[in-house]
Structures are given as structure tokens and as C-alpha cells.
Design a protein around this ligand. Structure first.
Ligand code: M6R
Length: 609
């Protein structure tokens, strides 16, 4: 995830910016840069790759100046490169901007600015901001930023400098975190507390729609409408490790709680303003080509494969195209029938998984169009695929994948609807209704997260067992597979996931007194059948936690514990029902005293076969 640092004070800013950026390295990045106001004006240095590269460039040509902004970039719009790195400037190089987040309407703004004579050098949405501020500047940087921000749609945090008012650093927050550090004769901005913790523990936390104007002498807080705000300083007493995790005990928990934002960012501008259609210009398939698709293969590993199983359901039901989902390490050895009319979708958080990459290459060799769903813009998978849907979950640090998985689900919903609208397999009303429900998902996840204590209690009870079962039917089965993997991965409790109707064909023999069974009974059309399967395990003494949609109170009579999730369209339920399962494995691992973020024997990215 991108990182922002800014400084204004009496000291030379270069070192403070670089040290601040180093403190944000844990968030992941692919390039870095700084802009400093020097005696020669606003000077920018930026470089693709690790911060050490930027540092060595700065050693050769240091920057002297006591006001500056710095950035570590995690690519979203445009590949990782020197030119796409931040800060970005306008054509006069008098305005410089660092930015976290996404400007959804950047293409419209870009066209407008080009028509007015702006010349763009990068592929980023951020460059639009620098040109926009320059175009509305009339001698007051605060007013110019306010004007520009009102024209921008999306979620973002900004740091802005101009050569015309070299004593001011302007910061804005709209749904992307930003804090202001208050020192003695010096002030700071940071996208995260670790960036400034070395210099001050007194901070203002900006809320959405707020901005700050920093000078050496002080900080003014106001809304983006220009109304001044007075606020108490917040004293940070976290150590640096706690601060890196945003106050959460582990990256995994932080990432679970980041899911509402990841959903919003991944949907972003891909849903039109009216909420009636999906826009995916990144899918390089014409309507004619889409109509020619005879079958779809989804190929991935681990959690990404589980997202693919949901994707199979989504595409088949919405677009009525046959889909096969394969584990990547098996795919190319089973001699799959891939033709030019096959669409192959590879799913990979890292974009570097060796087996997934090999499957992608095999599909391309056979002439199929390869669509990648990945979280890393410049990754091998992203570079080699024909089309790429980026999941905007931000870097995932915990080995156990959570927000990347759910963002992959969102990508499948978007793509399934996109196919359906192109093929006419769903009515416009049906598409509109699913889109409306998708937009509700982030706040529905928030409501589940607010009840995490309930899950913690079940997890502590279940963690006393050595074996555990998950059951579900239909799309719920795909979700329990992911719940079971998550539990094994970080708690080391043996668990198995079964289609609920399949238990009696063998596995039921393992159910005895007190064995925990976690049953998903979310799908309306399968509810009664799942309840019958739950009764089968209950009759053999299982201790059952049922997870149901609100309103299905009937289940309470058949199980020991119930956790309800908000109601939504059946196909969308995995984006909600997986959240209690993620929390369950997190709290079970915690109860057992394991290293949640770095489970034994596992690596975040598996680059060997
Ligand atoms: O980076 P990828 O999505 O390609 O990784 C695939 C799997 O290795 C990954 O999902 C793994 O299963 C996770 N650690 C599970 O939490």
C-alpha cells in the first residue's frame, strides 16, 4: 500500500522523509520518491524499486530544503516505473503531489486537462491531481486544493506543495488514512503513525473530508469546504511494532478489518454512477470475442483457488458459460482441452506463484485468452496475461490470505456481471439489483466485524479440540473449504471441509461426542437440506456452530451456537460468510499461542513448483 510522509520545519527534510518512508516499508511498495523545496525550486527525485535505490541517487545529488513530501508507491494505475512513481508535478513543475488511493474519475479529468493543454507523462491517476490543482490555482494553494478535491471522485489522501507558497504543506483525507504529527517548530504528515513516531507522539487524526495546512509555526485543521476545526491532540503511546499494525495485534487481524475498504476500492469506478452496469475496460475482449467463449477454466492455488470455486458458481449462474476450476499444480499435467474459444482465468494475490504462472503459459501456448485477477500490478502474472483485473486490496503481509481472497470474490462478481450484461443472460433489473447488493457489502462486513468478540468465544472453545469439521452446500461448500484451509494454516488444528450431503458417504463415521462442526446454512434454496445434514451430525453428538443469514431463526433449535450474517443475494454471500471463518481461525491460533502472521512451514509467496 502506498505510503506518504511530509515535513515542514527547520531541519533539512531529505533525511526525515527517507527515514519516514523506511518506517512504512512494511506496507509493501514498488517505487519511491521525494520532492523538496530547495533554493532552485521544487526538486523531485524518484526511482523504481527499493528505497535504497532512491537513497543512493540522493547521495549522488542531495536535496537541501526544510519542506518536502515523500512517497512509497504500490502500483495501481500504471506499472511500477520511475516515471509512474510519486511525487507527480504539473507541466510547470510548480506543484507537486503525493497521493494514496484511487481517483475514480481520473480519465474524464485527464481528457479535460489535455484539452486545456496539459501534457501527461505518466500512466497514473495521481498526475491528474497535480495538473488539476495547477489549473485552478489563483494565488491561494488552500483554495486551489479545495476546488480540485471537489472535482475528484474516489478514496484518497494527499500531500501537496507549491513553489508559489513554499512555507505551506497541504494535506487532505478522503477515505484514505492520513495523520498530522505536531512537533516543536516542525510538523509532519504521514499515512501511518510509524512514519513520524521518531519525531513526535502528538498527532491529529484527520477524518474523511478534512484537510490540514502545515507550516513551521503550526497546523490549521479545516473541512474541505473551508470550515475551521478545533481538535484535541491524540497522544500515541504505541511502540513501533504496534504502530506498524495500526494498533492491531497482528497483520492478519488488521487485514481482516481492512476488507470493507478493499471491497470499496476493488468495486471503485468499475460500477457506473447509475449503478446499472459494470465497466471493465481492462478486459481486452470485444463483445464479439465474449460471445465466442465456449468454456472458462479458472486456475489458481490455495486460497486463490477457493476464490476460483466461487468464481465458477458466479460465472456459470450469471453468464451461463461452462466453467472448470483447477488447482494450478495439477492443471497442465491433466492435458486440459484448451482452445482459442477457452477463456483461462488465473487468480493470484502475489502474481508470482510458480504453478499459476506455468498454467498461464500453457494456456497462452494453446492460444487461449488469459485473464489474470491479481493484487500486484507489476507481477509476472500481470505482465504475461492478456487482460488483468487488479484487486485493490493493498499489500497483504500476513501469510494467511484474507482481504486478497475477498477482493478476488469482488473481481469475480464484477466480471460475472460484465459477461452477463454483454451476453444478455441476465435482465437489466437483475443486474441492477445485484449491483445494489454489492454496494451494501462493505458496511455489512463492518457489522460482522463489530461482533468479532462472539466469534472469539467460539474459537477459544473449539481450539481445545484436535479435529474439526466444516460443512456446507452449493456455494457455501466453496466457502467452508477456505474456512478449513485458514484454520489448518494458522492454528494447526486438523480440519476437513465437506459438502454437507456427502458426510453420510463415509466421513460421518468420524463424528462423535463433542466434535466441533461448523455448518454454513446460508443458501436459501438449500437451507432445509442443510438443516437435515446438521441434524445428522447433532444426533451423533457434534457440537455445532451454525452460520446463517438473518431471519433463519429456525436453525437455533438444531444447533448449539448460531452466528448470523446480514442478508444479501445468494451469490454474494461468500463475501460475508467467510469473515466469521477468518476470525475464527485467527482467534483459535491466538488462543493456542501460535505465530499468527508467520505460520510454520509456509511462505507468503510460493515461487517453486
Ligand atoms: O499469491 P497467490 O494468490 O498465488 O498464492 C496462492 C496460495 O499460495 C495462497 O493463497 C495460500 O494458500 C495462502 N497462504 C492461504 O492463506
Amino acid at each position: 500500500m502506498c505510503g506518504i510522509v511530509g515535513y515542514v520545519g527547520k531541519r533539512n527534510s531529505q533525511g526525515i522523509l527517507i527515514e519516514g518512508l523506511k518506517k512504512l516499508e512494511y506496507r509493501g511498495y514498488d517505487s519511491a520518491g521525494v520532492a523538496v523545496f530547495t533554493s532552485a525550486g521544487l526538486e523531485v527525485r524518484k526511482a523504481k524499486g527499493r528505497l535504497a535505490i532512491l537513497e543512493s541517487n540522493l547521495e549522488d545529488a542531495p536535496l537541501q530544503g526544510n519542506i518536502g513530501i515523500g512517497h512509497t508507491r504500490w502500483a495501481t494505475h500504471g506499472k511500477p516505473s520511475d516515471v509512474n512513481s510519486h511525487p507527480h508535478t504539473d507541466n510547470t513543475s510548480k506543484f507537486s503531489v503525493v497521493h494514496n488511493g484511487i481517483i475514480e474519475n481520473y480519465l474524464n479529468l485527464k481528457e479535460e486537462l489535455i484539452a486545456e493543454g496539459a501534457h501527461f507523462v505518466s500512466e497514473t491517476d495521481t498526475e491528474v491531481i497535480a495538473h488539476l490543482i495547477a489549473s485552478v490555482y489563483e494565488g491561494d494553494i488552500v483554495k486551489a486544493v479545495q476546488k480540485a478535491v471537489k472535482r475528484m471522485r474516489g478514496a484518497f489522501a494527499l500531500g501537496v506543495l507549491t513553489e508559489y507558497e513554499p512555507e505551506k504543506l497541504v494535506a487532505v483525507r478522503l477515505a484514505s488514512p492520513l495523520i498530522i504529527g505536531v512537533g516543536e517548530g516542525e510538523n509532519f504528515i504521514g499515512s501511518d503513525i510509524p512514519a513520524i513516531l521518531e519525531h513526535t507522539r502528538n498527532v491529529y487524526i484527520l477524518n474523511d473530508g478534512e484537510m490540514a495546512v502545515l507550516t513551521q509555526e503550526g497546523v490549521e485543521l479545516m473541512t474541505i469546504e473551508g470550515n475551521f476545526i478545533s481538535r484535541e491532540l491524540f497522544h500515541v503511546d504505541w511502540d513501533i511494532t504496534t504502530a506498524e499494525k495500526g494498533g492491531f495485534d497482528h497483520f492478519m487481524l488488521k487485514e481482516i478489518f481492512e476488507q470493507p475498504k478493499a471491497y470499496r476500492d476493488t468495486m471503485g469506478a468499475r460500477i457506473n454512477d447509475a449503478g446499472t452496469a459494470i465497466e471493465l475496460p481492462e478486459v481486452k475482449l470485444s463483445a464479439e470475442q465474449i460471445k465466442g467463449i465456449r468454456n472458462v477454466h479458472i486456475v489458481a492455488c490455495g486460497t486463490a483457488y477457493h476464490a476460483g470455486l466461487v468464481g465458477k458458481n458466479v460465472i456459470e449462474r450469471l453468464a451461463r458459460i461452462p466453467v472448470e476450476a483447477d488447482v494450478a499444480s495439477e492443471y497442465r499435467y491433466r492435458e486440459p482441452i484448451i482452445t482459442k474459444e477457452t477463456l483461462v482465468i488465473v487468480v493470484s494475490q502475489s502474481g508470482e506463484t510458480a504453478d499459476t504462472l506455468a498454467a498461464l503459459r500453457e494456456a497462452k501456448r494453446c492460444g487461449a485468452h488469459v485473464l489474470a485477477i491479481t493484487n500486484v500490478v507489476g507481477s509476472s502474472v500481470a505482465r504475461e496475461a492478456d487482460s488483468v483485473i487488479v484487486t485493490w486490496a493493498g499489500p497483504e503481509i500476513a501469510v494467511a490470505s484474507t482481504k486478497a481472497y475477498t477482493s478476488q470474490l469482488i473481481a469475480f462478481y464484477l466480471f460475472g456481471l460484465f459477461l452477463a450484461q454483454t451476453l444478455g443472460t441476465q435482465t437489466p433489473e437483475a443486474i441492477r439489483s445485484i449491483i445494489a447488493d454489492m454496494k451494501e457489502l462493505p458496511q455489512q462486513v463492518e457489522s460482522i466485524l463489530a461482533r468479532s468478540e462472539e466469534i472469539k468465544q467460539y474459537a477459544e472453545e473449539f481450539a481445545k479440540n484436535t479435529d474439526l469439521f466444516f460443512i456446507g452446500r452449493g456455494i457455501d461448500y466453496a466457502v467452508v473449504l477456505e474456512g478449513s484451509l485458514k484454520l489448518k494454516e494458522i492454528s494447526y488444528i486438523h480440519s476437513e471441509a465437506y459438502p454437507a450431503g456427502e458426510l453420510k458417504h463415509g466421513t460421518l463415521a468420524l463424528i462423535e461426542d463433542g466434535i466441533p462442526v461448523i455448518a454454513l446454512a446460508i443458501q436459501e434454496e438449500l437451507f432445509e437440506k442443510t438443516v437435515s445434514n446438521i441434524k445428522e451430525v447433532k444426533a451423533r453428538g457434534a457440537n455445532v456452530l451454525g452460520i446463517v443469514s438473518e431471519g433463519n431463526d429456525e436453525l437455533q433449535k438444531s444447533v448449539d451456537h448460531v452466528f448470523t450474517i446480514p442478508k444479501t443475494t445468494g451469490l454474494l454471500t461468500p463475501a460475508l460468510s467467510v469473515v466469521p471463518l477468518q476470525l475464527l481461525s485467527y482467534y483459535a491460533s491466538l488462543a493456542l499461542g501460535h505465530d499468527v502472521d508467520k505460520p510454520r512451514n509456509l511462505a507468503k509467496s510460493v515461487t517453486v513448483e
